[in-house]
Design a protein around this ligand. Sequence first.
Ligand SMILES: N[C@@H](CCC(=O)N[C@@H](CS)C(=O)NCC(=O)O)C(=O)O
Length: 267
Amino acid sequence: MRVFERGVSDASDGSGLWTHLIRSCAWESCITNSSGKCPVFSVDALMVKSCSNNEGRLHLMVLYDHPLSGNCHKIRLLLSMLALPYESRFTDVINHATKTEEFGTLNPLRQIPILMDGDYVVQDSHAVLVYLAEKYGAEWSGVDAPERARVMEWLSFSANEIGNSLQPARVYYLLDEMIDIERATNSGLRVLKVLDERLAMRDWLALDRPTIADLACFPYVALSREGRLPLDDFANVCGWIERVMALPGFIEMPGIAKSAAENYQHP
Ligand SMILES: N[C@@H](CCC(=O)N[C@@H](CS)C(=O)NCC(=O)O)C(=O)O
């Protein structure tokens, strides 16, 4: 699978469609045009990979997104791993772009990520992961009740335990947001211990294969150093981070780069 990042400006046909496609997707069936500059997609690839609504019309999914958001990165990872095209709509959450009345009609909690699949709007990173997996890649969410329940346990862990510890600890140090940092740090250490114990005997959190449970928990664990919670004492967690990073379609975000050893300390 290849991700084309270069030649984006050359590739725009004025509608912005190509730009979005190129920015957003990992395509298997791309070819390069004669100038060697801009990727050209075969009609077949577009038909296969584009999404259709209930009337069968083709459309591009829209992700309300911010590059520094770990919650948005969960969705970016799954979209990339499923090779689904989408438009990343920059939402300046740091400067309160979600606080408007208009945004409140999309998500009354005024948070990102939000996914629009045609007219259908899904808010909350975990709900979006479930939606995308059920619709486009069922093996990512569990194929029967016991599997799905196991995946849900870890989605819940991500929303509650990680969302109330590693995520706010990071925001405290990155954005000076006032929180009870002592409590977040202590909870964060407990979270990392639980994960490390879980991963002592297994490669993936929920099942014997990667699922949305791993993608949900991944970003804020991999970013935990930014919340001054280094991973030096959590060797199993470090091994799992490497396995997630090795998955086909894995994409980086600021603070989570394959090449940057300083992202986290390997013991
Ligand atoms: N439970 C939500 C949490 C989403 C969340 O915390 N989003 C942050 C950005 S990463 C946000 O929009 N914060 C703005 C705010 O809460 O006012 C999810 O998993 O999507």
